[in-house]
Design a binder for this molecule. Structure first.
Ligand SMILES: Cc1ncc(C[n+]2csc(CCOP(=O)(O)OP(=O)(O)O)c2C)c(N)n1
Length: 822
């Protein structure tokens, strides 16, 4: 039954009826029967007090076990679509399939509980309807032409999903509980409910979908942007049909979704051109509790899904115990995603049968709710009764099957590998660094000149801003070798030469298209029309793709996304840029949990590049430091590279090296600010057409210096200027452009040159408790062969720098005085 009202028949009575219906469409979800345990009280709404047959009919549709929030969507077509679905005939579900999944969900947990008592498993009991829900969504996705599902979820029900949705053998998951082969993972690896899994899901139409459950850290919701970036990369690989073929599904806990800011960051990116995946499905596995904390202490809103109301997308609340309704919601949500290319949210409201991790006793904190839960039958029992089916044979069959799998697990001797890497990763390497990985990164002069030409080749009637026009003309001169090359040009030459070699480039960050320091101008803006033109996209017909985007003002979300993208586009150069390096700590979870540790925990590589503007230039405590010390503290076993290129050519070679080597490791680059235009940091064309990145830039002297200053970044130039001013000929100045992996051989060789040096001095702008000092001084002491190693730095401080630019200058002068020994 679809309710339609012909406009021509409009009369005061019909209008009154329509008002009643609209009230229920708008507010019905607030009185819907959503909580299997009845703790979620209906909201009193005068708009829903109407009586009479129309009101009752509307109440039956909008206040039953599905509560649909959709009237906030401004687009009428979308509202009407949801309305029609809600008011349409209810399709007959596949009851046998549903019951089988419900039984599997619970029996799987019980087998774990019996065999591995006292081990954490984060049971799905109380939310078993999640399996039929995912089954319905993926089956509907298969009908729509999807071939791949990208799943992200936290601990709750993860093992269950791995077996019943991702299609991994139960014996493999059980083997993880047996903790076989512990020696193979000493010092690394991860717990069983965080590792990823790849498998195959058989849809109801018989089609197979490949499913990937993404590895994630314990940090709730941190994986959300990662799976979006991964999905986008996979979609791009598939070309025009990619958005249809690859579907992202994220599962959230109710407390985490309401509380973790990264959820807002991720939702905010969904409609932005550089970040969209054509709609994702978000499922809240809502058990109305977070560990021991009840919703009123978790959030200021009624539903934890309220966060999603910032978007014009439908939110379907559904009572997990009406599993037919759950399945219906799954299909509706999926069809909406495919029809409108929009995210959708499903709030699956159930309960948590045990304590948070089964070892917790929930009756201590929620005695009343748990009294109810204890008396409450499992979902499969309720469903079977409603359908008049005898569930016993199914339960027996499933139990036998899972117990056999458990037996099988005891025979497994090696930790099962749950994940398959896609083919595009073959050939790329992780592990320890080896010099044999180095490749030629120089580019022929003709290529550089051609890139310079393409920078000034915009459409005839395109009006370029005079300042930008001048800059582009200078860039052309630089690329032709008629002018020293600055950092901005070095970067565009690196990007351009990679694109011409077939290496795709993707960069995003706040204001990255123009560049925070007016240094990039990746997109030209027509001064008359504001139309945009990106010269790097139009260099040659057979060039690789190039995407340079301004990102939303989020760090964790955007870096997480780009990290995810890099995971599925290893052959591309993928970069994220912080506005200032100082803001990178907004993405600290992504840096700590994914970038630094994913190889160690999950054996997963990434070649992501972080561009972090850094340098003490009197701009205050939040515009000075990218926290070099923190990255160095995370560095171990060659897990990433930490560099501060001191010249334009070094930057060029560093970026090209990152893309062209087969060694895939995250690269953290401390990028310059004032050095962007510093003549001394510019390079000659010959430095681009020959040579490669050098970890250490030796002093040009003959090795007779008595005092050797070592530093990284901008301070080195200030030391050089001071040396000239003082005519301090017996002082050498060495630039350390790569801090990690520590360039032991190069730095050792350079230090050995100074036979008459009495002391080596590490000089940094940062306070003593920050910067590279604590990492590098012990290394220098090792290489100094018994000679003294001193350090010059700002005094220890709680914040990176002073807020006064005059104080900054005084401090800077003092640093230079101390560096030169007076
Ligand atoms: C960022 C973060 N903070 C704290 C925790 C510790 N923690 C683990 S589970 C959990 C409760 C999660 O509740 P909810 O999101 O409702 O999911 P549920 O466990 O109820 O399924 C907490 C606080 C964590 N894992 N991550």
């Amino acid at each position: 039954m679809i309710r339609e009202h012909a406009v021509a028949e409009s009369s005061p009575m019909i209008e009154a009826q329509e008002r009643v219906w609209d009230s229920f469409r708008r507010w019905g979800y607030l009185q819907a029967d959503l909580d299997p345990l009845g703790d979620l009280e209906p909201v009193s709404m005068p708009e829903l007090d109407a009586r009479g047959p129309e009101a009752e009919a509307a109440r039956r549709l909008y206040c039953a076990t599905i509560g649909a929030e959709f009237m906030h969507i401004p687009d009428r077509e979308r509202r009407l679509w949801v309305q029609q679905q809600m008011e349409a005939e209810v399709p007959q579900p596949d009851c046998a399939r549903i019951l089988d999944l419900l039984v599997r969900a619970e029996v799987f947990e019980q087998v774990l509980q019996t065999r591995y008592l006292g081990t954490k498993r984060y049971s799905l009991e109380g939310e078993a309807a999640l399996l039929p829900l995912l089954d319905a969504i993926l089956s509907a996705a298969a009908d729509q032409g999807a071939t791949k599902g990208m799943l992200a979820m936290s601990h709750r029900g993860r093992l269950n999903v791995m077996v019943h949705i991702v299609g991994r053998a139960a014996a493999e998951v059980f083997a993880r509980f047996e903790d076989v082969d512990p020696r193979s993972t000493m010092g690394s690896g991860d717990v069983k409910y965080h590792i990823g899994a790849t498998g195959t899901f058989r849809a109801s139409n018989g089609q197979d979908l490949s499913i990937h459950l993404v590895s994630n850290p314990s940090h709730l919701e941190a994986v959300d942007p990662v799976v979006m970036g991964r999905t986008r990369a996979k979609q791009m690989r598939r070309g025009a049909n990619g958005r249809k073929q690859v579907l992202a599904i994220t599962l959230h806990g109710d407390a985490a979704f309401a509380g973790q800011g990264i959820c807002a960051e991720t939702l905010n990116m969904c409609g932005v051109a550089g970040f969209t995946v054509g709609g994702s499905v978000h499922i809240l596995v809502n058990n109305l509790i977070g560990f021991t904390t009840v919703p009123r202490d978790s959030m200021s809103s009624r539903f934890s899904s309220d966060l999603a109301k910032r978007l014009a997308v439908p939110i379907f609340h559904v009572n997990a115990e009406d599993v037919d309704a759950v399945v219906r919601v799954g299909r509706m949500a999926l069809d909406y995603r495919y029809r409108f290319g929009s995210p959708v949210v499903i709030d699956l409201i159930g309960y948590r049968r045990h304590g948070h991790s089964e070892v917790d006793d929930p009756t201590i904190t929620q005695p009343l709710r748990y009294r109810k839960i204890e008396a409450h039958p499992p979902m499969w029992q309720i469903y079977a009764e409603k359908r008049g089916v005898d569930p016993k044979p199914i339960v027996e069959r499933v139990r036998e099957e899972l117990e056999a799998a458990q037996q099988e697990a005891q025979e497994i001797e090696k930790r099962p590998v749950m994940r398959r890497l896609p083919r595009y990763w073959s050939g790329f390497l992780g592990g320890r660094y080896d010099p044999s990985y180095e490749v030629d990164t120089a580019a022929p002069p003709e290529t550089l000149a051609a890139i310079g030409e393409s920078l000034v080749s915009y459409p005839d009637r395109f009006h370029v801003h005079p300042k930008v026009k001048k800059l582009l003309a200078q860039r052309l001169e630089m690329a032709q070798g008629r002018r020293a090359i600055d950092f901005g040009t070095a970067e565009v030459l690196a990007f351009g030469s990679l694109l011409l070699q077939g290496v795709p480039v993707r960069l995003s960050g706040q204001d990255s298209r123009r560049g925070t320091f007016n240094q990039r101008h990746a997109a030209l803006i027509d001064t008359e029309t504001e139309e945009e033109f990106v010269p790097l996209e139009h260099m040659a017909p057979d060039q690789a793709w190039c995407e340079i985007y301004n990102s939303p003002l989020s760090e964790a979300g955007v870096l997480g996304f780009e990290y995810g993208f890099s995971r599925d586009f290893p052959e591309a150069l993928v970069l994220w840029e912080a506005q200032f390096g100082d803001f990178a700590n907004g993405a600290q979870i992504i840096i700590d949990q994914f970038i630094a540790a994913s190889e160690d925990k999950w054996n997963l590589l990434s070649g992501i590049v972080l561009l972090l503007p850094h340098g003490y230039e009197g701009q205050g405590p939040e515009h000075s430091s990218a926290r070099i010390e923190r990255f160095l503290q995370l560095a171990a076993r060659d897990n990433m590279q930490i560099c501060q290129p001191s010249t334009a050519a070094q930057y060029f070679h560093l970026l090209r090296r990152q893309a062209l080597r087969m060694w895939r490791k995250p690269l953290v680059v401390f990028t310059p600010k004032s050095l962007l235009r510093h003549p001394a940091a510019s390079s000659e064309l010959a430095d681009f057409t020959t040579g490669r990145f050098r970890a250490v830039i030796p002093d040009r002297g003959d090795g007779s210096a008595e005092r050797v200053l070592l530093s990284t970044g901008k301070i080195g130039y200030e030391l050089e200027a001071e040396r000239t001013r003082r005519e301090a000929r017996s002082t050498a100045i060495v630039f350390v452009d790569q801090l990690y992996p520590f360039p032991e051989a190069e730095l050792g060789a350079e230090m050995d040159r100074y036979r008459s040096a009495r002391e080596f001095v590490w000089v940094q702008e940062e306070p003593g408790n920050m910067g590279a000092r604590q990492f590098i001084v012990p290394q220098l002491e090792r290489l100094a062969r018994g000679r003294a190693v001193l350090s010059v730095n700002r005094s220890e401080s709680a914040s990176p720098s002073t807020g006064s630019s005059k104080a900054h200058e005084m401090e800077q002068k003092t640093l230079l005085m101390l560096a030169f020994g007076i």
